[in-house]
Design a binder for this molecule. Structure first.
Ligand code: MF3
Ligand code: CO
Length: 294
């Protein structure tokens, strides 16, 4: 087969776990992928395609992930230390039978990323970092439950933020929505990055190149890498069952980032200007996509 996986017989049980015969289930689907691969398209390996059972598991994980962010939304405000947010996330997640995916991930010390103002991503919660009126902050939550991963992030405006910062936060959210509208089964991953980038650029912003979205579900980070500096019609074919995040980091100033923080994690804008990010997780379906975490 195109991905080196075994070829099923027509009457074998389908790989997706439907219980149907292969010929009545995913045989034509696999033939389509095979043809695309032969035409030189980049097609997802079968191992990346989520079965209905996988999607159920991811949804149970995402239910906790969305719940965590809803809880943060209720409580966040001026005077809250980012360390406090870490505790809310940790406790809610564990109380719901799940584990915060960032904790101990490649040595990451906390349960959530809290990225304030000029911090692009991977801000580490700290008891000395207290949110103040006028801050914008990204809260990035990721959950693993029964082996299934979910991941989404939201921006929060603390008190009265400047119109410039509020616009950045709003436009970044709209860019993600434009990206979602570009998700078409059998389309290309590059279609998404192209519209996100154009949307940001039209508003005078820039898009971070070094970080992006990712496949997710059975692992925290799977293929493909989801760039937001892409051309339409390029990149992986969006086969139904592909599950990934859309999470552009959009800067008010220049796109360049600074990764020199001694903690090894925290990424900032090089020019010190504010940056924003929203993240959603979705699965491609036969007629569009389904949002799994937000
Ligand atoms: N949640 C981030 C993402 O969207 C990953 C953070 S890794 C961590 O992919 F270790 F910093 F948490
Ligand atoms: Co992510």
């Amino acid at each position: 087969m195109y991905d080196g996986d075994i070829e099923l017989g027509r009457n074998d049980a389908c790989w997706c776990g439907s219980g149907k015969k292969y010929k009545k289930c995913h045989m034509e689907f696999d033939e389509r992928l095979q043809r695309l691969a032969e035409q030189g398209e980049q097609v997802p390996a079968r191992a990346l395609l989520k079965t209905p059972q996988d999607i159920e598991g991811i949804k149970r994980s995402a239910e906790v992930n969305v719940g965590v962010l809803d809880l943060v939304a209720e409580r966040i405000g001026a005077g809250v230390a980012t360390e406090q947010i870490d505790q809310w996330v940790h406790d809610y997640t564990v109380e719901h039978g799940a584990i915060p995916a960032p904790l101990d991930f490649e040595g990451y010390p906390k349960s959530v990323c809290t990225s304030v103002n000029e911090v692009v991503c991977h801000g580490i919660p700290d008891e000395d970092e207290v949110l103040r009126d006028g801050d914008i902050v990204n809260i990035d939550c990721s959950t693993v439950k029964d082996g299934y991963f979910s991941d989404s992030s939201r921006m929060f405006c603390i008190g009265d933020v400047s119109p410039e910062k509020a616009d950045l936060v709003r436009v970044t959210k709209e860019a993600v929505e434009a990206g979602l509208a570009a998700v078409k089964p059998w389309g290309h991953l590059g279609d998404i990055g192209a519209v996100v980038n154009a949307y940001a650029k039209d508003h005078g912003y820039t898009v971070v190149r070094e970080f992006g979205g990712h496949g997710i579900g059975n692992e925290f980070h799977e293929e493909p890498f989801v760039s937001f500096v892409t051309k339409p019609g390029t990149g992986m074919v969006l086969a139904p069952g592909l599950c990934f995040t859309i999470e552009p980091m959009i800067n008010m100033g220049k796109a360049r980032i600074d990764m020199s923080d001694p903690n090894g994690w925290t990424v900032r804008t090089k020019d010190g200007l504010p940056t924003a990010q929203w993240e959603v997780q979705l699965v491609v379906t036969d007629d569009g996509y389904e949002l799994l975490s937000w």
